[in-house]
Design a protein around this ligand. Sequence first.
Ligand SMILES: Cc1cc2nc3c(=O)[nH]c(=O)nc-3n(C[C@H](O)[C@H](O)[C@H](O)COP(=O)(O)OP(=O)(O)OC[C@H]3O[C@@H](n4cnc5c(N)ncnc54)[C@H](O)[C@@H]3O)c2cc1C
Length: 313
Amino acid sequence: MALISDFLADLRGTQGQFRGEVEFDPPLSRVVYYRIGGQASVMITPRAFSDLELIHGLLRRNPVPFFVMGWGSNLLFPDHGFQGLMIRMKHLFTEVEEIEEGRLRVGASVGANVLLKVAAEKGYGGLHRFTGIPGSVGGMVAMNAGTHEGEMSDVILRSEWVNLTEDSDSLQVHSRVHEVGDFSYRRNHFLQPHDLLTHIEIRYEPEEPARVKSKIDELYQRRKASQPVEYPSCGSVFMNPKAHGLRAWEVVEKLGLRGHQIGNAQVSEKHPNFIVNLGGATSSDVRALIDLIKSRALSELGIELHEEVRILS
Ligand SMILES: Cc1cc2nc3c(=O)[nH]c(=O)nc-3n(C[C@H](O)[C@H](O)[C@H](O)COP(=O)(O)OP(=O)(O)OC[C@H]3O[C@@H](n4cnc5c(N)ncnc54)[C@H](O)[C@@H]3O)c2cc1C
């Protein structure tokens, strides 16, 4: 592993060649939904494929820790921040293209909200399953995101990605036609930690645009009524346990922890599988609540809970 100072010195030398933004010591709290987290050493928001090629070259010369983030809606960073490179996928690969009837090619930085808007305009049925998920397509694939209407693995056909530490002179695009076993509940099983997803292909069912729109509107209203969207959060903190017949929120409810507060983090009054940031909550506050819920679920109910939120240490 190279020294971050060597990486930064090399980066400063190539900085002028980037089309996207390069920010030193950015507060992560600014770019994640939770509004929690210390500073990263550096954050690059690529705007061209050549930016990824520059990153690939830098990482090959100076292999330092790095992390690919999408829209930051499922991330909890530590209060001490991240000693390494943060790559923020926000502005590169933002197109939605119809390849043929029933099949779309979608960039990894397209937001679920944009995909839903296009679906409602053009009549792309079946995509209403992503209503209310505040992430990017890349994050939705990595997390196999979904709702009770279905998940990413139901509609994804093919993925394309690059490996940013690959031992090759030029950056190669890899692809995979998806098979059973590539995804499970809130997990993908094909991306490696150094992979950055660029595009996917998904299928849709042609449907009357007005019908698609009304399904999305109805689902959105239901979510607004049942989820604490007025506070920063990461959505569901825990995955639903496999056995026991209880959903994660019911486990927290059974423990009597609805509304429980540590520091400025609180188990939501509205939805007990959400831990909300009431304002100025720290990562340690949220983690203390997570640890409390997990240990009590195990000792009092014999239920092992697993985090859905990605926690970086
Ligand atoms: C209010 C709220 C409601 C939510 N509701 C839901 C819900 O109903 N269903 C659900 O499943 N989730 C939900 N979530 C969680 C979150 O929105 C999803 O997990 C989403 O898919 C994360 O996307 P993101 O772009 O924000 O990814 P991030 O949070 O930025 O990252 C999540 C993971 O994806 C990886 N990743 C992101 N982009 C890429 C890329 N281009 N290439 C490779 N890896 C990448 C990251 O490395 C990380 O491991 C909710 C969150 C909030 C705040």
